[in-house]
Write a protein that binds this ligand. Structure first.
Ligand code: NAD
Length: 445
């Protein structure tokens, strides 16, 4: 059946989820506090880059199933199902900042009281990534403000991947629902039924376990990446090739091929903050999770390890040097630059007096917000090259995989490539006469 659904927070998670719920016939009211964003969304313009999103957004707006507002009241009055898709950024100490989630829960309760709908049945579903026990805290807010309420607080962590968000939302591998209520569980199954027709499971568990599942999944994947990055440094020392090892390991189905790519460390809005939040929570409960602590440490070191290759090659004298930088987003197919390793590279280069000319297919606008005119932005990857002392590759966009090597060689001052993503074949790059530094493989000097 079709539901009236409110989605609070229209970022990567809220906008994609809201649009996909509308695409399966529900009436969806999306709320955001940023007026400019809401204005754009009403015109069908997506504030984020996600393949396939804008087309779906426009269609559902035109067909009257999807609307955008800055008024939380619109969603509270019209919807019995309310998803919280709010930011949970890290505090200084690594814990998750829950202020947005708590404020909105409290505002929903206030609106219900003011509008005399305090006894209405509502399901408030937390899609944000939150530490264990947050559902209990949200429930307490409702109980305090509306004794004997009929609000059911459910956990429904989101597993979509930026760059594949629409695909993941429409065809999730699994849906995790944390609730002890049979009624809420049944409703969630019904709501998600159109998305799991191929048989993928809607897994119902208790709320705390659902909250931990999300952190466990992200921390495990982050650990896989850090394991490979750690191993890559060892490979460089002993003269082994991490790319051969990756394939040798990954073909073991118990290990799997994915998330084994060495690089310059994980970034983005999820892994770094979720690993830290789980670390914090585990310490808070007196049961420190030591493996993820190491995964975090390795990650902090990995970008530095790569940047040091640049610094060492130029004998710590980058003053006046110019670097072409390909890739700014924390991974391909997204415009998201939150905790992007490319930014650590830029910071070091600027600190050491170098100039940077950068290109990214989608993430230039977000980068401009941080660096303004401190770096130069090129219109294409080749425009970065003239007069550059070296090329640095920070994101594995497909368009960087088969570049015009002759152009790179003739237009740059030196034929030097620092490849943080192991994009190129060593033998080929050697034949072409490049000096080449990569991760966990031999360098060509
Ligand atoms: P985001 O920053 O892209 O979006 C959050 C949105 O909430 C913003 O548009 C912001 O303006 C809005 N907002 C803030 N306060 C508000 C309020 N009081 N009322 C209404 N809107 C408000 O964040 P995101 O990437 O969508 O992540 C949201 C949550 O989902 C986080 O907990 C994140 O960890 C989790 N998550 C993110 C991803 C991802 O790939 N981005 C994947 C899974 C889970």
């Amino acid at each position: 059946m079709a539901y009236n659904i409110g989605v609070i927070g229209t970022g990567y998670v809220g906008l994609v989820s809201g649009t996909c719920f509308a695409a399966t016939g529900n009436q969806v009211t999306c709320v955001d506090i940023v007026e400019e964003k809401v204005k754009k969304l009403r015109q069908g313009i997506s504030p984020i880059f996600e393949p396939g999103l804008e087309r779906l957004l426009k269609r559902n707006i035109d067909e009257g199933r999807l609307k955008f507002t800055t008024e939380l009241k619109d969603a509270v009055l019209n919807c019995s199902i309310i998803f919280l898709c709010l930011p949970t950024p890290p505090n200084e100490d690594g814990s998750a900042d829950l202020q947005h989630v708590m404020h909105v829960a409290s505002d929903i309760a206030d609106i219900m009281n003011e509008e005399n709908i305090a006894q209405e049945t509502k399901i408030v579903i937390n899609k944000s990534t939150v530490p264990v026990g947050t559902g209990d805290k949200v429930e307490e807010i409702f109980t305090e403000k509306i004794p004997n309420n009929n609000v059911n607080v459910v956990s429904n962590p989101e597993f979509l991947r930026e760059g594949f968000a629409v695909e993941d939302a429409l065809k999730p591998e699994r849906i995790v629902v944390g609730t002890d209520s049979e009624e809420a569980g049944g409703l969630m199954k019904d709501l998600y039924a159109p998305f799991v027709r191929s048989g993928n499971p809607v897994i119902i568990m208790d709320r705390k376990s659902a909250e931990v599942t999300k952190y466990a999944a992200n921390s495990f994947l982050a650990t896989k990446i850090s394991f490979m990055n750690d191993l890559s440094r060892y490979c460089e020392e002993v003269g082994a090739d991490i790319e051969s090892i990756r394939i040798g390991m990954g073909t073991d189905s118990r290990i799997g091929k994915r998330f084994l790519f060495p690089g310059i460390g994980y970034g983005g809005s999820c892994f770094p903050k979720d690993v830290r939040a789980l670390m914090y929570s585990s310490e808070e409960f007196g049961m420190p999770l030591t493996i993820i602590k190491q995964a975090h440490t390795v990650n902090l070191e990995q970008a530095k390890f790569f940047i040091n290759k640049v610094v060492n090659r130029f004998e710590d004298n980058l003053e006046g040097k110019k670097f072409a930088l390909w890739g700014l987003a924390f991974k391909p197919n997204t415009d998201d630059t939150r905790e992007a390793p490319a930014f650590q590279i830029i910071d070091t280069l600027l600190e050491k007096g170098a100039a940077v000319i950068a290109y990214d297919p989608e993430a230039m606008e977000n980068t401009k917000l941080k660096y303004g005119d401190k770096i130069t932005f090129a219109k294409s990857q080749n425009e970065c090259l003239p007069g550059a002392d070296a090329l640095i590759i920070a994101t594995e966009w497909n368009i960087f995989r088969n570049p015009e090597f002759d152009k790179i060689k003739t237009e740059m001052n030196n034929p030097i490539i620092f490849d943080g993503r192991n994009l190129y074949n060593l033998e080929e790059i050697e034949k072409r006469g490049f000096e080449y530094y990569c991760i966990g493989r031999r360098s060509i000097k």
